[in-house]
Design a protein around this ligand. Structure first.
Ligand code: FAD
Length: 539
């Protein structure tokens, strides 16, 4: 069907659904450029759910743009239509709580399974001399990597998983073990093209339209749709020395992590390139899906380490290298490890190509998919915990609420606040060093974690545990901030941001998306056109 006809149908239905006070003919005159507006069931279905698989909210239609102009025309149509209608960009749909949904409105599909260029979107353009790449906002990081590697370059800051869109991670932060050194991905962007909630296409950077630039970075999709990002690059290393060591003592573990991440200002030879860690609450988790490291034929047995069987902590570090430092990498690693206080018999080392390291989670994904364990509910909880309270968190959560079964990996690693630009919209705790604690749990039948046998009871059990963790933090006055936040009320959102930041966030919303039509799935601002739908747990 012709796009215009489909748009007419969709708009008529929107008028019925949300009571727009404009004529369809008026809206049609605005047009939506060369994109395709689809109300096909498979399109609508796939835009209704996300990786979390915990809420299901249908848009009226899905828009497939072919350019930034198309995105702008659709947003302008929504902005100009009486009270407006919801428009959410969807990257790879890897949110947990419906953040890319658009109840009764239009989801703009910014990403596809393959490179953006295959869909007719602009291909990545590498400026090798200047060390940056310009990419379409819906490009997946794996495809950004592939295109920059052709020129021997790579982005500096990563997420652990690369099948996420550039616009999706830049709307949050984008963190991994490089963040202590380079900052999150939002600290490694030079320029953006953004379609604001009024449908204007604006180029912004530190120098140009800086208010919009900072607002959009970490802005949860509230101020505009990123159609192009200019990302900082560095020469790509060839290989990675990847090391894991274990601790039974939490304070030694965190002391060493904080020591290693405090070395960010040192020359490359005197620091690791990546510092993460995870908590091992039960035997199953040492060889967890998040990164296939220990050989399946030679699994690590916690009992063999001579600890008393309580919680263990795994520090994970890497050192990048290429021909220029292949001769010295062993010594550099040894020098860094010698001051650490881990269980001496627990050093595990492997050596792999840089790309394989960056793409490590995808391998695990393939394995889980083959066992039907990927497309299951994921009640994930990501928290930033201030350094001063991480030991209390360990006591109350890892050694308390979680019991001895967890149902998924638990990541923990510190970051330096001075690597986060305070002008961005991202929210972090009020301390120089804070930890990411990521509880990445799945509600599968065989997932363990208490709560009985079937998946829905397990999901309820894990959701309840998440509530208890948040309550514990409130009761103990541990001022955690949710990363990839999900809050139910305006008061909770205001509290999440804190007075000053909330005022700024609100001001920016009024300026860049005054009708509050963008990314309504985040449930921060009540849109002009109505209330949020009820999103009951669907599974
Ligand atoms: P979507 O879920 O599609 O969208 C997320 C939000 O961003 C929505 O509000 C949406 O409207 C908005 N949005 C999407 N595209 C745009 C755009 N172009 N312009 C403006 N707004 C937009 N995060 C980390 O930081 N580090 C990790 O290591 C990490 N690992 C992960 C591993 C897995 C398996 C999963 C499922 C998630 C992981 N995440 C990680 C979280 C992930 O970064 C966020 O959920 C991110 O938003 C997902 O990107 P997406 O493209 O799927 O976004």
């Amino acid at each position: 069907m012709a796009p215009r006809f489909l748009l007419a149908l969709a708009i008529c239905k929107l008028i019925v659904t949300v009571g727009l006070n404009v004529e369809p003919a008026e809206l049609l005159q605005l047009g939506v450029g060369g994109g395709l507006l689809s109300m096909d069931r498979p399109d609508v279905e796939s835009a209704s759910l996300d990786f979390g698989m915990m809420s299901r909210v249908e848009p009226l239609a899905v828009y497939h743009p072919s350019s930034a102009d198309d995105v702008a025309q659709l947003v302008r149509a929504a902005y100009c239509s009486g009270r407006g209608f919801a428009v959410s960009a969807r990257g790879h749909g890897h949110s947990i709580n419906g953040q890319a949904q658009a109840a009764g409105g239009v989801v703009i599909k910014m990403s596809s399974a393959g490179p953006a260029a295959a869909e007719g979107w602009p291909a990545p353009r590498v400026a090798a001399e200047e060390r940056y790449v310009d990419v379409w906002g819906g490009e997946l990081w794996i495809d950004v990597l592939r295109s920059t590697l052709e020129r021997g370059l790579a982005p500096k800051s990563w997420t652990d998983y690369l099948y996420l869109s550039v616009g999706g991670t830049l709307s949050n932060g984008g963190i991994s073990g490089q963040a202590f050194n380079h900052g999150p991905q939002i600290s490694n962007v030079y320029e953006l093209d953004v379609v604001t909630g009024k449908g204007d296409i604006v180029t912004c950077s530190e120098e140009k339209n800086s208010q919009l630039f900072h607002a959009v970075l970490g802005g949860l999709g509230q101020f505009g749709i990123i159609t192009r990002a200019r990302i900082a690059l560095e020469p790509a290393p060839q290989r990675v020395r990847w090391i894991r060591v274990l601790y039974s003592n939490f304070s030694s573990f965190t002391r060493d992590q904080e020591y290693l991440t405090s070395l960010h200002g040192e020359p490359a030879s005197k620091k690791f390139d990546y510092v993460e860690g995870f908590v091992i609450v039960d035997e199953g988790l040492i060889n967890n899906w998040r990164s296939s490291f220990f050989s399946p034929r030679n699994p690590v047995k916690i009992s063999s380490l001579g600890t008393d069987g309580s919680v263990l902590y795994c520090l994970e570090v890497t050192k990048n290298y290429d021909e220029s430092n292949a001769d010295t990498v062993d010594q550099e690693v040894e020098d860094l490890l010698k001051d650490l206080d881990f269980i001496q018999t627990s050093v595990f080392t492997t050596d792999i190509p840089y790309v394989d390291f960056l793409d490590r989670v995808h391998k695990a994904e393939s394995k889980l998919r083959s066992k039907n364990l990927w497309d299951v509910p994921h009640p994930w909880l990501n928290l930033f915990v201030p350094r001063s309270r991480i030991a209390d968190f360990d006591r109350g959560v890892f050694k308390g609420i979680l019991g001895n079964k967890t149902s998924g990996p638990i990541l923990i690693y510190p970051m330096n606040k001075n690597k986060w630009d305070q002008r961005s919209s991202a929210v972090t705790p009020d301390e120089d060093v804070f930890y990411l604690v990521a509880l990445l749990r799945s509600a599968t039948v065989s997932g363990g974690g208490g709560g009985g046998g079937d998946a829905s009871r397990r999901l309820e059990h894990l959701v309840d545990q998440n509530r208890r963790i948040l309550k514990f933090c409130r009761d103990e006055a541990i001022d955690v901030k949710q990363y990839l936040p999900h809050h139910a009320t305006r008061e909770e959102w205001a509290d999440h941001f804190g007075d000053e930041r909330w005022a700024r966030f609100h001001r920016n919303k009024m300026e860049f998306d005054p009708k509050r039509i963008l990314s309504t799935g985040q449930r921060i601002f009540k849109p002009d056109f109505g209330s949020y739908p009820n999103t009951a747990l669907s599974l």
